[in-house]
Design a protein around this ligand. Structure first.
Ligand code: NDP
Length: 632
């Protein structure tokens, strides 16, 4: 395998380099340590431990602190295509629809006051994306935009979302500050009835849902949350009135003489803590499980270099990223980040081991990959722990910040100021050794049997993940014969290609599961879905059909394909608990379906689906109850 450096004048990307040798004894000791750390954290209540924001926080998830909602007349008209959600899923799909000539009778319904989705809501200071902007930001070439840096901050991402919306004329189709209540299929009219909490009652021929897997923030499962009498907020609803400052790095001047507490040390907290540490009078970081934080190596994008990129560069970069993330092998690595670094390392090791053992690399299989993952992982995570010792001055704090699990048990983090923040004398790590905070009272937080008085409390405690799709979105979808989607999926998601659901005609799910499931770059799933939907609508028009629906057989076969080939070798029950592994509880069929993916990898899924839609046959789909071959 040859992986060359990118032939462009960018700063040489830095990555955390694995330690050279981990002995067999060290590997065995790591195994035992990982399991012991996991066992400390397993809770009987698993995914149900978390609590809702409503009734506890001033800025709950049903409030929009960023846009003043103006009253308007309810709508009672009809649209051809409705998109639920206004994030990158909506923007990417609607952009592709517009490109394909679907110009009118389009509506985008969004609970926030603008486009952006997670980037509209998550305005915590320090918010940025740790997938490289050159591939993460969709439609860069189409809208003529250049990212300012390899990894960009929230405000720039939100501005890009708005730019897409302006470029494709999507604002005129937007219905902001509107909350869907029910979506009901009307068999007699073959359309969806849409009711919102704002009193709208209109119909739509087609509906797409892009409401995201991590859109409903939650609070820790501890006693006394509601008792805290001082300002408190979740990172997904930042309260700038309390902190001052802004989400683009501005100083939060109102915190300068405050004792601030933050609960949680996941991917969000890793970005937020450096800003809080810089600006708070004192900061207490309450940790249940440490994040593994590797080097990020951000750098500016040189405009002159950017101008030299050939037309079609983004498509090429994305294809290269997808290929690497799926196989670890390609001739170049355009992105060169921590994600591609890790997969190249695993594949490289697999081939190296095969050659060493006289195996034919052409005959390597999944077991060899898993073995190589384990070998390289020990070396990599040891290096990340060694980095903690190098960066953090106080030994006890450095030890507390070490992550004792495999890299992909939790969301890998990359940051260049997080560990450094713990060298600021006013920043204190309160490591709870896996127990979490004990309770909260009127004036502060209890942890390790000690009371910490706080003026401001921040929850960086994540989002609903494993609960039902409709519960996460606070809405219900009723398909044929009043079948609720939450019932149809009561025992797990059942779909064809992750997008179509039997008994829910003309409904397109735009997400990541049971399809390409490219978690390392979510937006690629969306732009591709846009092409698929545009192709299907075109076919429907050609056929003069009105209803698009998966056949029962196609869905059953797809579900079987997912279940028969399910593996969670990176996030299984041996991992420390978290939303990647059902909080450490055994994954049943339901969990396997909800987290399921096309078994042959993202790159193969994108190839398969492109062939599928380009063939014009749309195998497995019925138009007005018949396959294309019969209808045409
Ligand atoms: P997470 O669910 O990853 O983290 C929640 C944190 O809260 C964990 O550290 C958890 O500890 C902690 N916690 C929960 N309950 C308690 C308790 N009782 N006491 C103490 N601590 C507690 O949520 P995040 O918001 O950090 O991240 C969610 C996802 O959002 C990420 O995985 C990622 O996909 C995405 N994201 C992406 C970013 C990007 O750059 N692209 C940046 C930020 C987020 P424990 O680990 O023990 O459960």
């Amino acid at each position: 395998m040859t992986v060359q450096a990118i032939p462009v004048p960018q700063a040489v990307p830095e990555q955390t380099k694995p330690v050279d040798v981990v002995t067999d004894e060290e590997r065995a000791a790591l195994r035992a340590k990982y399991l012991a750390e996991r066992d400390k954290r397993i809770r009987a209540d698993g995914v149900s431990q978390y609590k809702q924001l409503k009734g506890i926080l001033k800025l709950s998830d049903d409030k929009d602190p960023y846009t003043e909602v103006k009253p308007r007349e309810p709508l009672s008209d009809h649209v051809d295509f409705l998109f639920l959600g206004g994030g990158f899923a909506a923007l990417s799909v609607c952009a592709r629809l517009k490109e394909a000539g679907f110009n009118d009778s389009l509506r985008i319904l969004e609970s926030g006051g603008d486009f952006g989705g997670v980037w509209y809501w998550n305005r915590f200071p320090g918010a940025m994306c740790d997938t490289a902007a050159m591939v993460y930001l969709p439609l860069l070439e189409e809208v003529g935009n250049r990212p300012s840096a390899k990894y960009v901050r929230g405000p720039e991402i939100l501005a890009h979302a708005q730019r897409i919306a302006r470029h494709y004329g999507l604002y005129e189709h937007a219905l902001f500050s509107t909350h869907l209540e029910t979506l009901t299929w009307e068999e007699e009219n073959q359309q969806w009835r849409v009711k919102t909490k704002e009193g709208d009652n209109f119909t739509a021929t087609h509906v797409a849902m892009g409401t995201g897997p991590l859109n409903k923030p939650h609070l820790p499962g501890v006693e006394g949350l509601e008792k805290f009498e001082r300002p408190a907020m979740h990172t997904a609803r930042w309260d700038f009135e309390v902190t001052g400052g802004g989400w683009d790095g501005e100083v939060m001047e109102k915190l300068k003489d405050k004792r601030v507490g933050i609960i949680g040390t996941g991917a969000t907290a890793v970005q937020c803590i450096p800003q809080l540490g810089r600006d708070s009078g004192e900061l207490f970081v309450f940790q249940r499980t440490a994040s593994a934080v590797a080097v990020r190596g951000n750098h500016e994008i040189d405009p002159e270099w950017f101008a030299t990129l050939d037309k079609g560069w983004q498509r090429k970069w994305i294809a290269n990223f997808v290929q690497l993330m799926s196989t670890g092998i390609d001739d170049v690595d355009h992105v060169q980040d921590g994600w591609t670094d890790s997969v190249k390392r695993i594949t490289g090791r697999m081939i190296e081991e095969a050659i060493k053992n006289g195996q034919d690399p052409a005959e390597l299989g999944f077991t060899d990959y898993v073995k190589a993952y384990h070998l390289t992982d020990d070396e990599y995570t040891s290096a990340v722990r060694a980095r903690t010792d190098e960066v953090v001055n106080d030994k006890e704090t450095a030890d507390g910040l070490k992550a004792w699990y495999r890299q992909y048990c939790k969301r890998p983090c990359f940051h260049d100021e997080y560990l450094e923040t713990f060298n600021i004398p006013t920043v204190h790590l309160v490591d709870t050794d896996g127990k979490g905070v004990e309770r909260i009272d009127e004036t502060g937080v209890w942890a390790n049997g000690k009371h910490y008085e706080l003026d401001v409390l921040v929850y960086a405690t994540g989002f609903e993940f494993s609960s039902s799709y409709t519960k996460r979105s606070d809405l219900e979808v009723y398909g044929r014969n009043g079948l609720a989607l939450s019932d149809a999926w009561g025992e797990g998601m059942r779909s064809y290609q992750g997008m179509h659901v039997r008994d829910f005609p003309n409904l397109f799910i735009v997400g990541v599961f049971q399809g390409a499931s490219l978690i390392s770059n979510i937006t690629t799933n969306f732009t591709d879905a846009g092409q698929t939907i545009a192709a299907m609508l075109k076919k429907e028009k050609e056929l003069g059909a009105k209803v698009i629906e998966t056949s029962q057989q196609a869905q059953d076969d797809w579900v079987k394909l997912i279940l028969d080939n399910y593996t969670n070798f990176i996030g299984g029950p041996e991992c420390t608990p978290g939303y990647y592994n059902n909080e450490g509880h055994e994954e049943g069929e339901k969990e396997r379906l909800n987290g399921g993916r096309y078994p042959h990898g993202s790159h193969k899924f994108f190839e398969y689906i492109a062939d599928w839609r380009n063939s014009g046959e749309f195998e497995g789909i019925e138009f007005d109850g018949k396959p294309v071959a019969v209808t045409a």
